[in-house]
Design a protein around this ligand. Structure first.
Ligand SMILES: Nc1nonc1C(=O)N1CCN(Cc2ccccn2)CC1
Length: 244
């Protein structure tokens, strides 16, 4: 998968393939990341790419033309690529979006700064507008790096088999089950007996119940979107009964 990121801070975004799963994906050839600075497409000698907003008001707006030219070059290099704009106005990014985007052959990620982009550029060039959440960052770069990380782990061959199980719980729409590791006793707190039993079927069932229970406790709205099978409903009822 090819990703080209249009950003005023290429050196920041390029850090994302220096660590973790994006690094593994880049070294393994599953992910090819490139960056592009809109200032290289500026038509003025100051390399400015922002201007004052029509209608007045604070801050600056990124001009359409340098961004459109950068997108044009990115698309020429990648072949037909969808354009994703990271902004607080977008649809909420989640694991389903990560899965959906990881199936694209190529993406152009657009990182905005200042107060945003000229609306005509958004309307004419942007295919997806996504938000990481209802908060305001300094720019789209950290959001783009987060999206790249979430996509990279889903690319074929990047996660080992044992790790893809981690994905399963999230992609199944549930929160993860809790984890314990050595020492067996820490500050007088031990480990649930079932995890020491060596009974892998029983452990898997207990972990499923914990994932269901933790989701019920912390993010009940996630359960509303799921069709639980009879066994899961039984596990959840048992968990809830134990809470009382
Ligand atoms: N939340 C987020 N999820 O994705 N990106 C963000 C985010 O906060 N930012 C900061 C502002 N940038 C520029 C901007 C400002 C206003 C309207 C559109 N664009 C975009 C990226």
């Amino acid at each position: 998968m090819k990703i080209d990121v249009i950003t005023l801070f290429p050196e920041l975004v390029e850090q994302v393939t220096q660590h973790g799963m994006p690094r593994i994906a880049a070294e393994g050839g599953q992910l090819q990341l490139s960056t592009r600075n809109p200032r290289d497409y500026s038509t003025n000698k100051w390399r400015r790419v922002d201007a004052r907003p029509y209608g007045g008001g604070p801050g600056m707006v990124m001009e359409a033309e340098p961004l459109a030219a950068a997108i044009g070059d990115a698309r020429a290099m990648l072949g037909s690529a969808r354009v994703l704009y990271l902004s607080p106005q977008g649809s909420r990014f989640d694991q389903r979006w990560a899965q959906r985007l990881s199936e694209e052959p190529a993406l152009v990620l657009l990182c905005g700064r200042y107060e945003g982009l000229d609306e005509r550029l958004v309307r004419q060039e942007v295919d997806f507008e996504l938000s990481l959440g209802d908060f305001v960052l300094s720019g789209g770069e950290l959001a783009a790096m987060t999206v790249i990380d979430a996509i990279a782990r889903l690319l074929p061959g990047v996660l080992g088999d044992e790790q893809s199980a981690v994905n399963d719980s999230f992609s199944a729409g549930l929160l993860d089950h809790p984890h314990w590791t050595r020492p067996e006793l820490w500050r007088d707190a031990g480990v649930p007996e079932v995890l020491m039993s060596g009974d892998h079927a029983k452990i898997a069932r207990w972990r499923r119940q914990q994932a269901l229970g933790q989701t019920w406790l912390k993010r009940p709205e996630l359960l509303e979107g799921l069709e639980l099978d009879e066994d899961s409903r039984t596990l959840l009822r048992e968990f809830i009964a134990q809470q009382r």
